[in-house]
Design a protein around this ligand. Structure first.
Ligand SMILES: NC(=O)c1ccc[n+]([C@@H]2O[C@H](COP(=O)([O-])OP(=O)(O)OC[C@H]3O[C@@H](n4cnc5c(N)ncnc54)[C@H](O)[C@@H]3O)[C@@H](O)[C@H]2O)c1
Length: 465
């Protein structure tokens, strides 16, 4: 690594909330350029022992988190796994050499097996949304330290119950708000905490969801229906609400929201379109949501299809046709709004305009934060600070995927860094090493549920204060 790269990496990790990495001196004087400096800590958790992990849900996210132990042997190992899908259960269990009596179908079997003594130090809950609450609560009751995927639960009450249970037991519970750990967002938070923009006055934040991501997850897939999963403002955007809350550093008092399901519904179904793209749809060639284009021709988003290695187009088409992912996007049981606009008010007076847009040509998070001294604006990769007094600007710009160790890692490196900090928090018995604690993460969920209540009732909803 050359000096230039070290300097750029040095723009990443220093803020009041997070201590400077060992051996890194605070940079003085506090010029805008210096306040953007933030050094990276190593990705590997320096634990004194290998922590043991039981995984509930060996699908996409479960695979990501177990991957940390494969990338950094000696930090953690998976010793038990539960998944009702036999192929996924055995895929993970085989990779870790887990014996048959530690391979479970339903997650409750794993809990049952731990009744006389827990099976591992850590329980990772990467089940579908509707099971997080029950699985995490049972795990906390058994005194596991728990890493639970977002959303942590399906109502405000459940979130608060989980927090109460965690406080009662003293277990370390982290929520997978992985974006808090992405260098881009960490650097932004650090600059804010070190006073770069002065006092925050307002935040504007938009999540643009790529149209294929929307059709895959929020029209055809697991998060298509707010009653089966959670409302999209939570299932997709609790990350955004969490970032907003984290940047502002105060609690949200009120929420108002608007949004409607207008596009992916029966009235837009083209004449003669069959129930599935694979049933010879006459519009398939012109339709940008064609399942054949997405899954067979482009081989995108194929994870849930559990394709065999080197599957032929014919094999993929057959598997696709039998799955929910071949359904016409205008003939699904979805209910998520495609546009959402919310206004939020915080205890310290900060006003927030938040929105998501599900029919976007790109997937991106755009943030603008205005303070008394200046403005931060970013689009997910780099951000710019513009000083009010002079109009001068400074850029924080780093291609995280080019940094050794971060290649092809999810959420801008956030997935790995969350796992590192969670393992350290557990090993040191120090929850402050984890920024997405249960206590901190509850807030984004309370905001999301309040937004949804406001959208459905047309009322302004009080959260705190
Ligand atoms: N933090 C993030 O950025 C992020 C990103 C994507 C998904 N998620 C969340 O992670 C969770 C998992 O998502 P995913 O994409 O890995 O889904 P997935 O469908 O790939 O994995 C879930 C697994 O749970 C298994 N399962 C279902 N019911 C079960 C039961 N009763 N007992 C045992 N296993 C069971 C399924 O067979 C599946 O393998 C979701 O709640 C999702 O909202 C978070």
């Amino acid at each position: 690594m050359n000096n230039r790269r070290e300097f750029i990496m040095g723009t990443m990790l220093a803020g009041a909330a997070l201590p400077l990495a060992k051996g890194v001196a605070e940079v003085k004087p506090p010029t805008p350029a210096n306040l953007l400096i933030y050094p990276m800590r190593p990705l590997k958790a320096e634990t004194s022992r290998e922590l043991t992990v039981a995984v509930m849900g060996a699908g996409g996210r479960g695979s990501v988190y177990q991957g940390y132990g494969k990338k950094f042997p000696g930090t953690m190992k998976v010793v038990a796994v539960a998944d009702i899908n036999e192929y996924r259960r055995n895929r993970m269990a085989d990779a870790w050499g887990i014996p048959p009596n530690r391979r479970f179908g339903d997650y409750r079997e794993l809990i049952q097996a731990g009744a006389g003594g827990k099976l591992a130090d850590i329980l990772v809950v990467t089940l579908p949304d509707s099971l997080h609450y029950d699985a995490a609560m049972r795990g906390i009751e058994q005194k596991y330290d728990v890493l639970v995927e977002k959303p942590m639960a399906q109502s405000s009450k459940e979130c608060l119950d989980m927090l109460a249970k965690q406080r009662e037991t003293g277990c370390i519970v982290g929520v997978c708000h992985v974006l808090r750990y992405a260098p881009y967002f960490e650097a932004m938070k650090s600059a804010i905490d070190r006073g770069l923009i002065g006092e925050i006055m307002s935040v504007q934040h938009t999540e643009l969801v790529d149209f294929t991501h929307t059709s895959h997850s929020y029209v055809r897939g697991n998060w298509r229906n707010s009653k089966i999963a959670t409302p999209m403002v939570i299932s997709k955007c609790c990350h955004d609400l969490d970032l907003i809350n984290w940047f502002i550093g105060a609690r949200c008092t009120h929420a108002c929201a608007e949004g409607e399901q207008r596009y992916f519904c029966a009235k837009n179904r083209p004449a003669g379109a069959p129930a599935r793209c694979t049933d010879g749809c006459p519009h398939e060639k012109d339709c940008i949501y064609s399942a054949i284009k997405t899954y067979v021709k482009r081989r995108s988003w194929t994870g849930p299809l559990d394709l065999p290695p080197n599957a032929t187009d014919e094999q993929v088409t057959k598997i696709l046709a039998a799955s929910p992912y071949s359904r016409c996007v205008f003939a699904c049981d979805n209910d998520q709004p495609e546009q959402y606009a919310a206004s939020l008010r915080f205890e310290n007076g900060v006003a927030v305009a938040f929105s998501y847009e599900a029919l976007s040509p790109v997937g991106q998070r755009r943030t603008r934060i205005i303070g008394t001294k200046g403005m931060l604006e970013g689009g997910g990769i780099g951000f710019r600070f513009t000083e009010i007094a002079t109009g001068k600007f400074w850029d924080w710009n780093m291609k995280v995927q080019d940094v050794p160790g971060y290649e092809r890692q999810g959420h801008g490196g956030g997935d790995l860094r969350l796992m590192r900090d969670f393992l350290l928090a557990v090993e040191k018995r120090d929850p402050s090493m984890l920024t997405s604690s249960l206590e901190a993460s509850v807030e984004s969920h309370l905001i999301g549920f309040a937004c949804e209540e406001s959208r459905l009732t047309g009322r302004k909803i009080k959260i705190h204060g």
